[in-house]
Each structure stands twice: as C-alpha cells, then as structure tokens.
Write a protein that binds this ligand. Structure first.
Ligand code: ADP
Length: 591
C-alpha cells in the first residue's frame, strides 16, 4: 500500500489553504483597487471637464475660439479635451482638427452625458490609436444643454501605476506565502515530531528493546499515548521476563532430569526431547527436534509402544529391554498430551533406566542361589555322615572317627561361611548407616595384629611373614575391618602358596595414597580370573579352595572393606608366578 507520511498529509493542505486564501485576497484587493482607481480617474476627468466648463461659461466665446482653447487647456492639463454639440458635431478638440472628426452622437459617453448627466467608456481611440478613458458631461447654459465636454486620458497613465501597485501586492503576497509556508512546515513538524518519536520507539521495541522509554511530549493527546505506551511496554517487559524465567526454569528442570523425556505430536514428530533421552536413545545433541520418531529411533519395541500410546485413552507403561553397546533395561511410561480445549495434540514418553535395579535384583537372586548352594554342600555332607553314623553305630572306631572328622570339618566350613556372610552384612550395614568408627591409626599396628591372627596358619605351612612398613604411616580407618581385610589377604597368600615360601607385607606411599601390598610366591591367578575373584563365592579352583577351608567370600570382604574406607583393592598376578594384592587407601582421609 502506498502510504504517505503525516507531514505530507498536513503540510500540502495547509499550504494550499494559505495559497488559495492569498490568491483570493490578492484577486479581490487588486479588483477593488482597480475599481477604486477607475472611479477616482472618472471623478478626476469629470472635475477637469467641470473646470473646463466653468471656464467656458466665464468667457463669452464663439464656436471658432473653442478649438484653440481646447488645445491650450488640453496641453496644460495633459488631457484630451473635446467639445461636442448636442447633435454630435465636434467643435473643439485638443488633439485633432474638429472638422476632420466624425459625428460623435453615438459615442456611449456622449449618450450617457446627455441622458444621465455623465457618461464614460474605455475604448481604443481612432484618433490616437490607443486605449483611452473617456468621461463626458453636458455643458448647460440657461437650463439647456448647449454642448458636451469630454475629457479623456490614455489608459497607460491609469494602468501603469495600477500595474505597479499590483506588482507590489503580488510581491508582498508572495513573501507572505513563503513565510506562511515556512511557518506551516515548522508547525507541521512540531505536530509530527512526537508521532515520529512514538513510531521510532515502537520500531525499537519491535526489534526487542523493551527497555526503550518514549519521551513525554507537551501536547496532551500525544503525551497520553506516550504514557500509555510506556506503561504497556513496562507491563509487557515484566510479563516477558516472567515467561522467560518460567521457561528457563522449566528448561533447566527438563534438561537436568535423569529420566529421558520426549514429547511427540500426533504425527509422531518430536516436539521436545531432553538431554537424558538423547543420550539414552543415542541421538546426536539437538538433532532430534522436528524429526519423525521412526527416523531416529531403531528400537521396534519403543516404536510399537508409541503407536499404542497415540491410540490409547489413558496412560500406559511397559518394560523394554534393548542392547546397544551394553544391555539396558527401561521402564517406559507414556501419557497423552492435550491442549487447553482437551484436544489430543500428542504424547509424552518417559524413559527410566532400570538397568541397575535389574542388575541388583540379579545379584541378589544369584547371591541367594549361591548361598543356598554353598550351604547345601556342607549340610548334605554333615547330615549324610551323621545318618551313616546312626545306621552303623560305633562298630569300626577308625571309620567312625573318620566320619566324625568329616562332620567337624564341614561344620567348621559351615561356620566359616556364616561368619563371612555376617562380616559382609556387617560391613554393608555399617557403611550404609555410616556408624562405623574411623580413627587415625598406625598401619603397622594393624598389620602386626593381622600377622598375629595368621601366625598359626603360617606356622602350619612353615611360612615366613616379612613386614616392611614405616611406623609413621597413618590412615583414618576402622581398625577391626582393616585388620580383617589384611588378614584375609595374608590367609589367601598362605593358602594358595606352597609351604616354606615367604610372604611380604609391604607398605609404600604413592602420592596421597598408601598401598598395603601382600606379596606371595604362590600359584598365582591367570588373567581371565583376576577380574572376577572379588565377586562373592567366585573361586579359581573350587576343589583347592574347599580343601583350604575357603568360602569364596574372603576377597569380596576385602573389596567391601576397601570401599568402606573410600579406597580400592586390586591384584597383579600371573599363573604360577605369585600374586600381589594391594589395598589402596587415602592417607589424608577426611571421612
Ligand atoms: P576363598 O575362600 O576361596 O579363598 P577368596 O574370595 O578369598 O575365597 O578368594 C577367591 C579365589 O581367589 C580363591 O578361591 C582363589 O582361587 C583365588 N585367590 C585368592 N587369593 C589368592 C592368592 N594369593 N593366590 C592365588 N589365588 C588366590
């Protein structure tokens, strides 16, 4: 649309109005002044004719004397003077020989003079060949018209001053028009300026600068608009600020959720997706939005779930298992999304990673199965030999002794398993409820206590326990637990080595950590078992372990104790080349 500025709406109208009124005024004034001047000239010519008539009446002149008189009077008064008889015959003329002049009876000024006492006309003079003004009056003597006296002047003597006057008027009017035009521009600009400022302000606000304040002009109507506008932008800015804050909060919550959340529309196009969902579904960051769900997700179960959800009327849920780099279990729940009018616009899907819960459940059920299995073996053995004893009685003392020894051994094993299980549960309970006392302890003292506890076992196999530990090494530890862990490692070193070997218990500092190493020259552990030996009931060689009275829980206990101390345990070993078990603890433990 072709739109004009307010300036061009106001200014030309004002200007046209001014020019029009000036033209009308000028036209009227020039007309009036022309008419006035004309009237004045007629009066002037009439006066000259009257003077000439009174001169004529004062002298008794013959017809022949009139013409020279006309010449003299005409020259002196710079007026063409003509004397005409009532029958139209010219008897005197200041410019021409009256005998050569035609009858003037039909001249309008003569007719006017004879009829109305005065007559005048402007026309071209045949005699002088120029435009002239003629005024004629009757010359009355003794109540009868005896001649008509006509005075005339060329129109130039009348029109030149008139033209000059008109020129001055036009010049003046032109000057007034220019000044009025300039004033008009000034006034229009003054009216338009605040409106321009409002427009510029709106443009700035449109470009996002909501802090822009419009100046308040002095014009009341526009000031009201500016004030209303300023109030409106302030209100708008506060609302936008509130909405942005809410949106940011929602986005922060949405982004920081550990659950994967994705919203889709009715056409299965992703409307929103949070970081967790992107990572769960392995979607590159910020690329999912706007895409069809089947374009970016390759999990048939999830796609089926979404299809089902979009045609469902109430929330649905399921568990989905899929394998990407590793096996993952998800609890997936979905709800229909509705707008304010209750019309379905899509759905929200929440993905909960329950892989850990599944793993824990599996560990728990495996543990129960393992415990049952581990307990069943000695119990079966005990009950079996007890029954044999019952059946056979004490007929063969040697056999009976042997059976009783087996029962005792299996009972001890049973006792060991139960003790280890109790220790494990004590560590777990203690670390969970954080009630275990931790105090600064000299490591050397704890190692000595552990060696003391293992001395009988070592003596049985004629093995030497050699300690290399600085007395000043201090860690924050639970003494009983750390002693149990070191004791377990020393016992294993004894159990899984040939007799008469040496075992070293060596402490060394590594940056902020203290490494307690238990080094043996025993059977060693091959690489494939090293990762699993810290699992409960895991044994490399079951028969050997059982023979040694092992429960398969010793290293698991060590691992738990290390974790409870915010430390770790690891092993370096090779088949038949001995093993080094290391408990690593922080030296400045702030626990
Ligand atoms: P166990 O009661 O059977 O000793 P552990 O949990 O203490 O149970 O140890 C698990 C397994 O790790 C043992 O059965 C054994 O096969 C192996 N193992 C532990 N310590 C050593 C060691 N110092 N040398 C060789 N093998 C070891």
């Amino acid at each position: 649309m072709n739109r004009k500025k307010i300036f061009w709406h106001i200014f030309p109208s004002f200007l046209i109005l001014i020019i029009l009124s000036l033209i009308i005024t000028t036209w009227y004034s020039t007309q009036e002044s022309n008419a006035f001047y004309q009237r004045q000239t007629i009066e002037d010519l009439k006066s000259r004719a009257l003077i000439f008539a009174s001169y004529l009446s004062s002298k008794k002149l013959t017809k022949k004397q009139i013409d020279p008189l006309c010449d003299i009077a005409g020259k002196k008064s710079k007026t063409k003077i003509t004397v005409i008889l009532p029958n139209g015959v010219v008897i005197g003329d200041s410019e021409k020989n009256p005998n050569q002049m035609e009858n003037h009876i039909n001249r309008p000024e003569i007719i006017g003079a004879l009829k109305h006492g005065i007559g005048w006309q402007i026309r071209n003079s045949n005699t002088l060949n120029q435009k002239m003004m003629y005024v004629a009056i009757p010359y009355i003597f003794k109540n009868s018209v005896i001649a008509v006296i006509r005075t005339s002047i060329p129109m130039t003597s009348f029109s030149i001053p008139m033209l000059k006057l008109n020129e001055k008027i036009i010049l003046l009017v032109g000057t007034i028009a220019i000044i009025a035009g300039l004033i008009c521009i000034y006034i229009t600009k003054r009216i338009v300026a605040p409106l321009e400022e409002i427009k510029n302000g709106i443009d700035e606000i449109k470009n996002g600068n909501l802090s822009k304040k419009l100046p308040i002009p002095k014009t009341e109507e526009i000031a009201v608009i500016s004030e209303a506008f300023n109030d409106m932008t302030k209100d708008l800015s506060q609302k936008i600020e509130r909405i942005t804050k809410n949106k940011n909060e929602q986005q922060a919550i949405f982004a920081s959720m550990s659950e994967g959340v994705l919203a889709i529309d009715n056409n299965e196009r992703i409307i929103r997706i949070n970081d967790a969902a992107e990572s769960i579904l392995k979607i590159t960051k910020n690329t999912g939005k706007g895409k069809m769900i089947c374009e970016i997700i390759r999990i048939p179960e999830l796609i089926n779930f979404i299809n089902e959800l979009l045609s469902a009327t109430k929330p649905i849920e399921t568990e989905i298992y899929w394998e990407t780099t590793n096996a993952r279990h998800f609890y997936v729940s979905g709800t229909i999304l509705k707008d304010y009018d209750g019309v379905k616009i899509g759905a929200v899907i929440v993905l909960n990673d329950i892989t850990r819960i599944h793993k824990l459940e599996k560990i728990r059920s495996d543990f129960v199965a393992n415990v049952s299995h581990e307990l069943r073996t000695p119990i079966t053995s005990i009950s079996g030999f007890a029954e044999v004893l019952l059946d056979e009685g004490i007929q063969e003392p040697e056999k009976t002794k042997h059976y009783a020894q087996i029962i005792v051994k299996q009972s001890k094993r049973l006792n060991n398993i139960i003790n280890d299980l109790l220790t494990l549960s004590k560590i777990e309970d203690g670390s969970q409820s954080q009630i275990l006392p931790f105090i600064n302890t000299e490591v050397k003292q704890i190692i000595d206590a552990a060696i003391q506890a293992c001395s009988t076992l070592a003596a049985e196999k004629d093995m030497k326990l050699i300690v290399d530990c600085n007395d000043e090494f201090i860690v924050k530890a639970n003494q009983d637990l750390l002693e149990t862990a070191i004791k377990n490692l020393i016992e294993n070193a004894i159990k899984y080595s040939e007799p008469q070997k040496e075992i070293f218990i060596k402490c060394e500092r590594e940056k902020d950590f203290l490494n307690i190493n238990v080094i043996d020259n025993g059977f060693g552990i091959s690489k494939e078992h090293q990762e699993r030996i810290f699992e409960r009931f895991y044994r490399v060689d079951k028969a050997r372990s059982r023979n040694q009275g092992g429960t398969g829980l010793g290293l698991s206990i060590v691992k738990h104790i290390a974790i409870t101390h915010n430390g770790s345990v690891f092993v370096k070993s090779n088949d038949n080349q001995g093993s080094t078990f290391t408990i690593q603890l922080a030296m400045n433990n702030d626990r």
